[in-house]
Design a protein around this ligand. Sequence first.
Ligand code: ADP
Length: 457
Amino acid sequence: MNPLSTIFLRGLRFVRNNPQIIYTLFLVVMIPGAFFFTSEQFLKVARENQDQLERNRIGMLQDVFVLFAREHINDVDYLHERILSITTENETIARFQILKKNAANEFVVMTSKDSSDLGGSFVPDPASAVLFISATGDPAHSYAAKFFIDGVRYWRSVRAITAAETMQPIAYVVTDVSMAEADAVALKNIRSAYIVLGFIIIFVIILLARQARIIDYATLYQKLKEVDQMKDDFVSMAAHELRSPLSIIRGYTEMLTESEKLSPSGETNLKHIDDAAVHLNHLIGDILDVAKLQEGRMTFRFEARDVSNDIKEVMDSFVRVAFDKGLALLYEKKTLPFISVDPDRFHQVMINLIGNAIKYTPAGEVHVTASSEKESLVIRVSDTGMGISAENQQKLFQKFYRVKSAETEEITGTGLGLWITSQMVKTMHGDIAVESIKGKGTDFILRFPIVKETPTQ
Ligand code: ADP
């Protein structure tokens, strides 16, 4: 392969691997290109308008001039004076002459802005010759053409002066108007436009340099998301796979506990194994729930129900744990209005909140109340535990957030329970809030919309 095609192929591959280059090139070329195109168009139109105005002005000037030039055609001094007064007022007029044809059919300068031209002959170039022919054929109008002298643009206008009786051309007015001033203004504008264009290009390049970084960040973010997804997939797969060996461990621990051949120290050791297995089981359960909630795979079977029994069941399941810690568990069961929840998920929510209340309360009581407020059922899980500072309350419902303090150091947990709880409550159209005073206790407040009032008995 020849070196040129190798370079081309390499370039192509580079562009394919860095698609942001196309975008960059597009912006670098397109924005200044568009600006260049519009400014050129604008200047072209402005120049055309300026030319048109100038031609009209000279045409009108010639119209007026020929009227009295016809009457004073033999008064050369008077005409010269008039020409001088007109050209002094109109500085852009470079030539203002009256030409007459002599016997040899040559144009002779009869009077002129420049006295030095007087009596001299005027030899029109081909383009000007056309103007004279047109003005002869149509003496009622001026004819103009554009030409350049030493890089300066001029508009030359020719108009015939006709004899009053015959209406035949007897002389010609020739006017050259310099466009140097108008062009200088246009050039100045073009220059300023290009300076602005230069700044725009610099600005676009700076913007693109940043933009390229943003695109890199976006690609990086995409990759990170993919890695994060892979991590989530792996964690949930690993958690799943851990379940079976864990249930085998728990099964055998149970069998060993039931066999009476264990020494007291063996029993203690076995208790440690069982505690660790229970903890691991919780952890796996939480991880699997997080994965399910994040991927929207957690199913909810909604049911309108009075949850007083559900609360009672959960409270009862904690009697032993609370008793071991010396805590009072208080709940006064009463008929409640119906709310629409998934009973299993509602159980899980209550287990998390009551479990936490017991876990983070060294002494005192855990009190659960439920009552209707306006159109909601409000369930309050209150404890007299360690409480949570205002700062920590804000982060409480974040994934993996655990309050770090000397009091919580010894307490095991994953920091996932409250996140899972809040997600479940939200999915069940409820709301969760916390009220707490550090060192005094904590209230977790659940609010669910009432779907049906309890029928009065
Ligand atoms: P964990 O597994 O750590 O208990 P949670 O998400 O359930 O995770 O709770 C997050 C943190 O909130 C806990 O680590 C604890 O510091 C704090 N917390 C939760 N409930 C209470 C409570 N009733 N009293 C005091 N702190 C609590």
